[in-house]
Design a protein around this ligand. Sequence first.
Ligand code: ADP
Length: 159
Amino acid sequence: MTKKIAIYPGSFDPITNGHIDLIKRASRLFDEVIIGITQNSKKTAFMSIDERISLSSEILKEIDNVKVLSFGTLLVDFAQAQNAQVILRGLRAVSDFEYEFQLSGMNKHLNANIETLFMTPAEQYANISSSLVREILSLGGDVSHFVPKAVETLLKTRL
Ligand code: ADP
């Protein structure tokens, strides 16, 4: 039987408890979940790609069927190269919808064989975003409820 593989792409700058909640849920639905960290994000990267990979790998190492890779190609090409059938994206609020709808439409146009699936996090994670975590930290706020300890520690050394 074909392995069911999902790609969860994003900047993960940094990985948050919201991302992790989604990854844990997805790991129970798919044979393999590949975290695809984008190399060429429009956003200005806070952490280097290597830092994001090693931090995410360390945090997710206990989940056997999850692996972390980075990619600099079209997402659908990366998904195809990894034999993934599904692109996974998170929806936190209605405000995420418009962009995500557009993105999934473009990806379907580029490769109709790959489906985009949306998942929502547990309620307590719905307001977490990487950009807010960076902002709160830079202003000296407490982010311990939003990110794992390892992320908080590394980010603090960066400020
Ligand atoms: P991108 O730069 O591609 O938006 P992110 O790392 O910010 O990358 O997010 C990757 C994916 O995870 C996106 O689909 C985003 O909507 C989703 N996501 C981000 N934060 C959360 C959260 N707290 N709960 C659920 N999904 C989330």
